[in-house]
Write a protein that binds this ligand. Structure first.
Ligand code: ADP
Ligand code: MG
Length: 562
């Protein structure tokens, strides 16, 4: 037997489900109704632009009114309105949106996207309302104003209305247990949260409640540094200024807009919890971008706005969604590009912010293979290297062309002594002869100064790997550069050996070697040099016992340094 047909749905059964489980959060009904109002206003602009409406377009606005006695909340817009036919089509039919039809017809010339999509938003009002009324007048010539009301059962009443202004008023009579939505403070908070950046003024008691300007949707070239900073301060008040930002805006192969800021990195940042806000067409969606952006970007702040991120799906579905994965890759790529651009175009700022940026970059390199490939050449380390041309001390930050042709940045600041920064590649290249593929690094400048000086005196360059993430990063470098030996400046030299008073003490009974002999050998070994040639002429004269120079120098030198 073969039978084909259409599955039928009984509205009596499905209606309570829509009302109760459409969205987990009751409060979003306001976001949905206001989105519809914004769309209605945008649509009126579009038909007017298309020449189908020549009447007056007033200042677009959405009015919120609360009547505590009647327990009502109403939302009024001066948008496109609806005819009786449209109410029947778009309201009486659940899950029927006019958005697609409308966009197809009036596409083009619209800078502001239509928010609606699924045709479900309106029904979210029944989560909080026992009765919903629509009072509306369409912009269409000769349209009759209509009044629709529904008490939450699948039956409705549609009748003529005396309304004379174009637009729509939605009035909710709130359920007993949802009276919180008749509190103006609650409504104001909700509008701040969800509707702050919607492009139409939302007013209550004569006061405009939303900011409206969504800088992230503007063209980067039209924005000033101050615009970006102002937005950051607005979103993250009383916080340190961001170091750098990336403005995302693309239309293809997906639509995404946003601004991501690099904040100062603190050792105590919780890198598992994002602070980036997710928007969809300027409507706030959530504070959670963990499923969308790669984990290493979570310390960033800012906004991501994309209509291509599916919103009504589970977190795990989001993570495996192909578009979402592509968006994540795109964002990571953009962030890497921005860092490379700064490295290339403004080395001074790059170095100045490296202490914070570096932590972020290293974190990314440790966690993301693609990002690693992108930025590995712009990871820099502070170094003891002395470029042949020293920058003048009068200018705190200047670029100096060293003999190798590298660009050196010498930055003086309170917590960073005047030292150049170098990439590992430059370091290895520069020290090819002398170091034989060794990298000497210091992890704690204060404690390791004697060792650092010791190396410097041997003409050996030391890199500082002293940020809190460097412990992990050194392990990574060791894996990455298998043929390079990474040696911590003090690793072969036991500090107890450096006690000057006991320099002559025999420490190795098997060979009868003294402490200073052992140090010398260790050091020679560390340098991989058969002979250690130390500048000791001056010291030699001071040495009453006439001990061979090297034997004296190490402990003596270290004592002086201490
Ligand atoms: P969506 O917004 O996804 O299209 P909704 O359920 O929120 O779905 O709304 C259904 C339809 O009802 C809209 O597409 C629109 O045609 C109409 N509508 C809802 N609210 C308004 C309004 N304030 N003004 C004009 N039309 C509206
Ligand atoms: Mg809607």
């Amino acid at each position: 037997m073969l039978e084909q047909g259409t599955i039928s749905i009984h509205t009596e059964n499905i209606f309570p489900i829509i009302k109760k489980s459409l969205y987990s959060d009751h409060e979003i009904f306001l976001r949905e109704l206001i989105s519809n109002a914004v769309d209605a206003i945008q649509k009126l602009k579009m038909v007017s632009r298309a020449g189908e409406y020549s009447g007056e377009i007033g200042e677009p606005e959405i009015q919120i009114a609360i009547d505590k006695d009647k327990k009502t909340l109403s939302i009024t817009d001066n948008g496109i309105g609806m005819t009786a036919e449209e109410v029947k089509k778009y309201i009486n039919q659940v899950a029927f949106s006019s958005a697609e039809e409308f966009i197809n017809k009036y596409q083009g010339g619209s800078e502001q996207p239509i928010i609606g999509h699924f045709g479900l938003g309106f029904y979210s009002s029944f989560m909080v309302a026992q009765k919903v009324e629509i009072d509306t007048l369409s912009y269409k010539e000769g349209a009759q104003a209509v009044h629709w009301s529904c008490d939450g059962s699948p039956s409705f009443i549609l009748e003529d209305s005396a309304r004379t202004t174009i637009g729509t008023t939605i009035t909710l009579t709130l359920q007993e247990e949802e009276q919180e939505y008749s509190e103006s403070a609650r409504i104001k908070t909700l509008i701040k949260t969800y509707c702050d950046f919607m492009p139409v003024a939302i007013k209550m008691d004569g006061e405009v409640l939303n900011k409206q300007r969504a800088v992230w949707r503007e063209t980067p070239s039209s924005l000033s540094q101050e615009d970006y900073l102002e937005f950051y301060r607005y979103q993250y008040p009383f916080q340190e200024e961001p170091l750098l930002w990336v403005h995302l805006n693309t239309d293809y192969p997906f639509i995404i807009n946003g601004i991501l800021y690099f904040p100062k990195m603190k050792p105590d940042v919780d890198v598992t919890k994002g602070q980036i806000k997710l928007f969809c067409n300027q409507v706030y969606v959530s504070d959670h971008c963990e499923e969308i952006i790669p984990q290493f970007l979570l310390p960033m702040r800012g906004v991501i706005d994309s209509a291509d991120i599916p919103l009504n799906v589970s977190r795990s579905a989001l993570q495996t969604d192909r578009t979402v994965r592509k968006i994540g890759d795109y964002i990571a790529k953009k962030v890497g590009d921005r860092l490379k651009e700064l490295y290339r175009d403004n080395r001074e700022q790059y170095i100045n912010t490296w202490k914070d940026l570096g932590t972020f970059v290293k974190f990314g390199v440790l966690n993301d293979e693609k990002f690693k490939k992108q930025v590995e050449d712009i990871i820099v380390f502070r170094s003891t290297y002395q470029p042949t041309t020293q920058p003048s001390t009068a200018t705190p930050a200047v670029e100096v062309q060293s003999q190798e042709g590298d660009v050196w940045q010498d930055v003086a600041s309170a917590d960073t002594p005047k030292l150049p920064y170098t990439t590992l590649k430059e370091y290895l290249e520069r020290n090819k002869e002398r170091h034989e593929n060794r990298v000497f690094y210091a992890t704690d400048e204060a404690v390791q100064t004697p060792y650092i000086e010791l190396h410097k005196n041997q003409g050996l360059e030391v890199l500082f790997m002293d940020s809190f993430i460097d412990t992990h990063f050194i392990n990574f470098l060791e894996r990455e550069y298998q043929d390079v030996k990474f040696t911590r400046v003090d690793s072969d030299l036991d500090s107890t050996l450096l006690d000057q008073d006991k320099a002559g003490e025999i420490v190795d009974p098997k060979t009868n070697k003294t402490k200073s002999e052992v140090i010398k050998e260790l050091f020679e070994k560390a340098l991989n040099k058969p002979k250690l040639n130390i500048r000791t002429e001056a010291l030699k004269a001071d040495d009453p016992q006439g001990t061979p120079p090297a034997m004296v120098l190490l402990p003596e030198f270290l004592r002086r340094m201490r």
